[in-house]
Design a protein around this ligand. Sequence first.
Ligand SMILES: *Cc1c(COP(=O)(O)O)cnc(C)c1O
Length: 374
Amino acid sequence: MNEPFPVSPPRAWAEIDLGALRKNLAVAREAFGGGLMAVVKAGAYGHGLEEIAKALATENIEFFGVANVGEARRISNAGVATRIYLLGATWSEEREEIVAREWTPCVSSIAEAEHFNRIAANHGKRLKVHLAVDTGMGRGGFVADHLPEKLALLERMENLEIEGIGSHLPSADEDAEFTLLQFERFHAIIRELGGAERFKWMHLSNSAGLLGFDQGPCNLSRPGLMLYGVSPLPGFQAKLVTVMTLKSRVTLVRILPAGHGISYGRQFVTTRPTRVATVGIGYGDGYPRQVSGNGADVWIRGRRLPILGRVTMDQMMVDVTAAEDVVEGDEVEIFGPNIPVAGIAAKAGTIVWEVFTGITPRVLRCYHESRVAE
Ligand SMILES: *Cc1c(COP(=O)(O)O)cnc(C)c1O
């Protein structure tokens, strides 16, 4: 059956530069010569799980790091052969599939390991697992006491191979002193467990840990955010390139008289005749409503122009008095190379990770190869 009307183009879309993604991966490699686990949890930080995994699958990455079995399944089903590592704890109902599909879990308890061991025995397999240790994150892993005894127990499980050891940094972008202490603790734990020869993979760093610190005994890192072009440590931002540019279009341009309220709550009232562009994106697309009134800008026709009043679900208003050439249909950069997403996150009182992962399914993701010179 034919559609009676042409399908309209999207009001909001995200242009995703796969060449820029690879360039940021190269920056990670340059910072650290060890192996890489590309963290692609939460739909590759909103960039599209399958597309990002496919784009990185040929880049000699050791693992893709995912949050859960659902994400692991999506990558596997996309035909990606790179090994998959589960960053968080698993539920018992999920373990059969983990063993069958040879994904790599980290284990945080003897009970969890025993269960994996039993399932692996039933499958006639030896499952590779990583020992998770808690050096300060407080979210998962074995607490770091009596570890040699615990490792001895794990090593007696014949259908498990303790392939690696990992821990996580809670404040590598906020507290260098504590982070250095964690590297020392992790190193001490590895020595206590018999030294680096005991593990194929040793990993501690997220993006901030990778960019800002000497990797000590580690031979694998787990960058996420930096691959998507944002450094958690501002000093390294210039090395990275923008991957996602969020865009929309002007749907309407009008002149409102002085004294006219704009948007819900009428928190903004014009003080002069104002040329106002209505733009087809809002918090229903994941643009953070919390920026309202905090001086966030968008980019139209080469100019930075301020948002007026509250961001609504599907639309927001922009002052284009200073940009007489702006007309209906013009493309608007919501964030990207000209409007850094970090600034938007700061104005919304949140972090870039949350802004990226908050972009909703309504926003069409469009992929292209690089505009960045290699
Ligand atoms: C999310 C996550 C990462 C990646 O962190 P970034 O700060 O985005 O680089 C690394 N390791 C673990 C365990 C994570 O949960």
